[in-house]
Design a protein around this ligand. Structure first.
Ligand SMILES: [Zn+2]
Length: 420
């Protein structure tokens, strides 16, 4: 089935473009969902515009900075009345995910009005929700339209903008992990989408040196890049063109912070920081010769399913059953399959090195993050050495896909600690 792509507008006067779109689509009734800050930033303007063209409108203003958990989802889901209403999500990534989920479950389309170039998920179908303190990607639907108002984007809080860049810099490591997984674990891969994702990344990286002199253009390009990543994910049908080990690490932190009732951290801030760690992993991988790799593969032992289950139970507590379900296939791996995978790694060593060579040095990623005002040390995000260590040790259980975290484990690559 061909993927239906959203109508995208990024530029000045996005609200007038929204009005034209609504008229063309003949939508008549709306539920606008926003939070207190975003209402001031753009929500009120959207509300006025919708009332002006005489459409029925209900507005839900969530308190504070809404998080995508049960409390807020229920609040939005309980609101619908007897009219069928198109949802308008005015806000950054988190708010968009709440609306994406609720509109899908209500069987209605939604239109996204991002207020900050903070994350690449605006166009995607999946929403990152935290249910029972466990971060999950739940399938919903892509928006029918994305209208990003440039004036609003340029006035977004700096940490959100740094988060958008951090999410983009994570593509460096994601785009090495993905083809490696294709060659080693047989994951579906698209060179065309990998190329598109890399071009979007490069466009955003090109903005870094001119960021302060050409702020408006940079915000435009950053948002374009983020939306393009979302489109790549939409076309691939999963997040792989835009996520790898750095996202796995970020998810681990997110879950742990939620479980321990610690303050949440912006998605891209975590991804950017994790990209430094994963880039260091790639540096360590690049130092391994084929000969040494073969020796390490010879010594590699498949962990027993029993040990893995016990490990997952001890680390993840109440979320363990969900994670065991994610790992179901991996836990059924036979010694023969493991041996075959090791042989593949050895046979593909040159290729793996070619992909590893596309990842910049960790210091380079750190430098990019410094220039955009992003965090380059865990303590800046309230994360401890233990959080870093655990994410590197146990993060790989959170996703089905193969990343350098899996490869590093097979090859006994030491954990890239002390990189900050
Ligand atoms: Zn991301």
């Amino acid at each position: 089935m061909p993927v239906k792509l959203p109508e995208v507008y990024i530029g000045k006067n996005a609200v007038s473009e929204l009005e034209k779109f609504i008229t063309k689509q003949q939508y008549t009734a709306f539920t606008l969902v926003t939070d207190e800050n975003e209402y001031e930033a753009l929500g009120r303007e959207v509300e006025t515009a919708i009332r002006k063209i005489d459409r029925s409108l209900r507005t839900i203003v969530l308190p504070g900075n809404a998080t995508p958990d049960e409390t807020y989802l229920i609040q939005v889901l309980l609101e619908p009345d007897e009219r069928r209403r198109v949802y308008l999500g005015v806000g950054s990534g988190t708010l968009t995910d709440i609306v994406r989920f609720c509109s899908h479950r209500a069987g209605m389309p939604f239109i996204s009005l991002p207020t900050a170039a903070s994350v690449d998920g605006f166009a995607s179908t999946g929403c990152a929700l935290t249910i029972q303190k466990y971060k999950q990607t739940i399938m919903a639907a892509a928006p029918v339209g994305i209208f990003a108002d440039l004036d609003t984007l340029t006035h977004a809080p700096r940490p959100l903008i740094a988060s958008g860049f951090g999410d983009m810099f994570g593509k460096y490591t994601a785009l090495a992990d993905w083809p490696i997984s294709y060659h080693i674990a047989g994951e579906a891969f698209s060179q065309e989408l990998a190329d598109r994702s890399r071009r979007a990344l490069q466009t955003c990286v090109d903005q870094v040196p001119v960021l302060h002199d050409q702020w408006e253009t940079a915000m435009h390009k950053l948002m374009e890049g983020l939306v393009e990543e979302g489109i790549c994910m939409l076309l691939q049908g999963n997040s792989r063109p835009a996520s790898g080990a750095e996202h796995v690490i970020s998810h681990y932190w997110e879950m742990k912070l939620a479980r321990e009732d610690r303050p949440p951290v912006f998605h891209g801030a975590k991804v950017g920081l994790a990209a430094i760690l994963v880039a260091r992993y790639y540096e360590l991988l690049r130092q391994i010769s084929r000969e040494e790799a073969l020796e390490r593969l010879q010594a590699a032992r498949m962990p027993s399913a029993e040990d893995e289950v016990a490990r997952i139970r001890s680390v993840f507590g109440p979320a363990a059953e969900l994670i065991l379900a994610v790992q179901q296939k991996a836990l059924q791996q036979t010694p023969e399959q493991f041996a075959r995978m090791c042989r593949k790694i050895g046979d593909s060593w040159e290729l793996i090195q070619q992909f590893a060579a596309t990842v910049p040095a960790s210091a380079e990623i750190k430098d990019l993050l410094v220039k955009v005002g992003g965090a380059t040390h865990p303590s800046q995000l309230g994360l401890t050495d233990t959080d870093v260590h655990e994410a590197l040790e146990y993060g790989l259980y959170l996703r089905k896909y193969f990343t350098i975290l899996n490869l590093g484990r097979i090859l006994s690559i030491p954990k890239p600690e002390g990189v900050f």
